[in-house]
Design a binder for this molecule. Structure first.
Ligand code: SF4
Ligand code: SF4
Length: 149
């Protein structure tokens, strides 16, 4: 069953990537899939409606639960991030100047989106999915995350 759920998530990501005009080849590369499967998904073949419905339920969870669920299904950070990035709204994350550079947020981030530079936390937005794990663990409440439509 987990494999079918992951297929549903990949299907939804394929559809979103195609809306952005990525080629079948590029979609296959990005999602680490073979091209024939991508082609099937583009034409709504070889995917069950149940898998798609379950995948939609996972993506409707809060970003943190979606992240944990998808990562537990695939054990692949890049794939987890790619699915979340293309199926959810992009987050906007700000680190306030109250940051003390303790590094707790860096250890909290499953996506490796944070690092400490000159005793301040810096985020790589290309890797952030807005899961809020970092802000919930920050001892100085220095991390603000907004969802961007
Ligand atoms: S957990 Fe908070 S205070 Fe610590 S480095 Fe991260 S943003 Fe700064
Ligand atoms: S919200 Fe924070 S913990 Fe989550 S991916 Fe972004 S930087 Fe990492």
């Amino acid at each position: 069953m987990p494999k079918h759920i992951l297929s549903g998530l990949k299907y939804l990501a394929v559809i979103e990537l195609r809306k952005l005009a990525f080629s079948t080849y590029d979609v296959a590369e990005i999602l680490k899939m073979d091209r024939s499967t991508v082609s099937h998904y583009i034409h709504n073949r070889n995917i069950s409606s149940n898998s798609i419905e379950v995948a939609k339920v996972i993506l409707d969870l809060c970003p943190q639960d979606s992240l944990k669920m998808i990562y537990s299904l695939c054990q692949d950070k890049h794939l987890t991030f790619t699915i979340l990035k293309h199926c959810l709204n992009n987050p906007k994350i700000t680190i306030k100047n109250t940051c003390i550079g303790c590094g707790v947020c860096v250890d909290s981030c499953i996506m490796d989106a944070l690092e400490i530079i000159n005793l301040n936390s810096k985020v790589n937005l290309d890797c952030c999915c807005g899961c809020l794990l970092c802000s919930e663990n920050c001892p100085t409440n220095s991390i603000e995350i907004l969802e961007v439509e």
